[in-house]
Design a protein around this ligand. Structure first.
Ligand code: SF4
Length: 319
């Protein structure tokens, strides 16, 4: 689906054993997420994890951290540490609780930063610096403040995300605002969108955020008009049909050259408003549809003909 790195939770030894099969077959790096038991982390390193995500504060003390740091250094893999608003150490949680309401965001952001720094220092004490850091809260402004502050002080790569962001729609909006703001500031190295639902939607959303931030070329880039009183076609249905066709082409292994595809509501303004599109389709009078390329009308067709022609042009845009 375009995902470049995947993380799996390792709650027990059978999961750590399964990791050797998963990482052996995965076409992308698999990171292991471990809490509380350093032996799970050591087994995951042995079983081919491409990275380890731990909280050095809850993995079993200094000796356990030292063992993990040594194993990861020998394997040449990074460790992700990070703070999360839901699991901050008690001293920070107390500080946030007792501060005035108007200061809560600032104090939470500072706590996220301090807690992450403490985790980095624990690894650094054992000579380990191949670290990436996350500073996640479900509150977007606090998260953005925390990442901005941390990035001013440290060079460690940053993994961006808004935690417990919510369902598909709300979560996508919160993640876009939070992750998008940071990306536009030039902050962030990896991204995870957290949604309650199918993880495939998380990948889709993350890719769309990267595209919107200008960091990943939309392949293809789809533009569609917002519809108005001139609309001559059920545009939402048409858009979803085109998107499904693109998905089908991609799943079958088709790779689009950078291309822009426009789905527009009317032939009066559609071809002109989307004149930079490589191929476009717009509604027209009497149930007809217009196909256009770079603003020039190619022809007028009935709906099924127009769709078939659009798909055939889309296929010609593949690498
Ligand atoms: Fe309205 Fe046509 Fe513009 Fe769509 S392309 S917003 S239908 S004028």
């Amino acid at each position: 689906m375009g995902c470049q790195i995947v993380r799996v939770a390792i709650p027990d030894f059978s999961a750590a054993e399964a990791l050797s099969v998963i990482s052996g077959k995965s076409p992308i790096p698999v990171v292991a997420d471990i809490h509380f038991d350093h032996r799970l982390a050591l087994l995951c390193v042995k079983n081919g994890a491409a990275g380890i995500r731990i909280n050095p504060g809850n993995i079993g003390g200094e000796k356990a951290v030292a063992k993990i740091a040594k194993a990861c250094a020998e394997a040449g893999i990074p460790i992700r540490v990070g703070s999360n608003s839901g699991s901050l150490p008690a001293k920070f949680a107390k500080r946030i609780k007792s501060c005035p309401e108007g200061k809560k965001r600032q104090v939470l952001a500072e706590a996220l930063v301090e807690s992450a720094i403490e985790q980095c220092l624990m690894l650094e004490r054992h000579g380990f610096k191949d670290i990436k850091v996350s500073l996640k809260a479900s509150d977007v402004p606090s998260t953005v403040l925390a990442y901005r502050e941390f990035s001013k002080r440290y060079d460690y790569p940053l993994h961006l995300g808004i935690t417990e962001a919510g369902g598909k729609f709300r979560g996508a909006v919160k993640s876009s605002v939070g992750i998008g703001s940071l990306l536009l500031d030039g902050i962030g190295d990896t991204v995870r969108v957290s949604l309650t639902g199918n993880p495939v939607e998380e990948v889709h959303t993350a890719i769309m955020i990267l595209e919107a931030a200008g960091l990943r070329q939309g392949c293809p880039e789809i533009v569609s008009c917002p519809t108005c009183g001139r609309t001559e076609v059920k545009l939402e249905r048409l858009l979803s049909k085109v998107e499904k066709e693109i998905e089908k082409i991609k799943i079958a292994g088709g790779i689009f050259n950078p291309a822009k595809i426009a789905i527009m509501g009317c032939s009066v303004n559609g071809p002109g408003e989307a004149k930079d599109a490589d191929i476009g389709i717009s509604g027209a009078k009497n149930g007809r549809m217009i196909l256009f390329r770079k603003g020039n009308i190619v022809g007028s067709y009935n709906e099924s003909e127009a769709f078939a022609k659009l798909v055939s042009v889309m296929k010609s845009l593949l690498k």
